[in-house]
Write a protein that binds this ligand. Sequence first.
Ligand code: ZN
Ligand code: ZN
Length: 350
Amino acid sequence: MKAVVYKGNGQVTLEERPMPVLQDERDAIIQVTLTTICSSDIHIKHGAVPRAVPGTILGHEFVGKVVETGKAVKKVKPGDRVAVNVETFCGECFFCKRGFVNNCTDVHGGWALGCRIDGGQAEYVRIPYADNGLTVIPDNVTEEQALFNGDILSTGYWAAKIGELHPADTVAVIGAGPTGLCTMMCARLYTPAKIIAIDTDEYRLALAKEKGIADITLVPGRDRIEEAVLQASGGRGADTVFEVAGGKDTFQTAWKIARPNAVVVIVAMYEEPQMLPLPDMYGKNLVFKTGGVDGSYCQEIMDLTACGKLDAGFLITHRCRLDAIMEAYDIFENKKDHVIKYAVRVGADD
Ligand SMILES: [Zn+2]
Ligand SMILES: [Zn+2]
């Protein structure tokens, strides 16, 4: 079968690999039908994910069809259309029992797919703990609507959940990339008064506004960010700040635009250490929550998608087939052509 393989040293190639087989009675084999490229794949390519193992098939955001299940698998059966959780978790350890599945102590617990074990930029993939990692896609949800269920939408949903949002709050989201847009969408579920989106990319901000998920858009360099946030929040600052950009100075912006006693959720994956200048923020009494999604809400997200309350399908700006995925990598990595997300079709069309 064809698969995208991380070779180490900044190299990713499309090559032939053997078909996956069941290794445990809790595994399932999935025929991938739609997959995508995530910025985490680009982080792996750049060597910024130390735990990523060279030789691994990339891809942790995809949907497909169950073709085979181990005999302990109960929730899914061959033929089911499924969305896949980015995280692998046993469901039984100390952390899993408390919903902290990102910290599952299983040998492959946490983010393993497409990082430490073969992922879904391929024709077929083995999913460990299939009952935990797979969510059945209802008939009225399309593959494109379900594609982001287990990764960026899970991240946005989890971030909004830990953001301690209240109705009529002022929410600031730094970063209007795919995960930033998902975070805005999920924060909307909590009926904030306004969402302020901050990004250097005016095209993405315009999209956020057009889709009704951002009310105010700010561009560093064009706008005075701190002043504009104060003005939009009765002089207080944002009630909750989501830092989803991971840029050079975006962490500093995050705590500066937060009001005293605000929650600052750090969703971004940084490539460098960040400064926490405690003397400068003394008296602001901030609460910081730091990232690494707990993908515990895939079913809730699927239910919200099925009833029309969440729809991330608009993030798909580009489509191609698996044969053309290396060109898609180039466009996605270099943010060409206003790309937000790719939908990469695998196998025959439906
Ligand atoms: Zn990802
Ligand atoms: Zn566990």
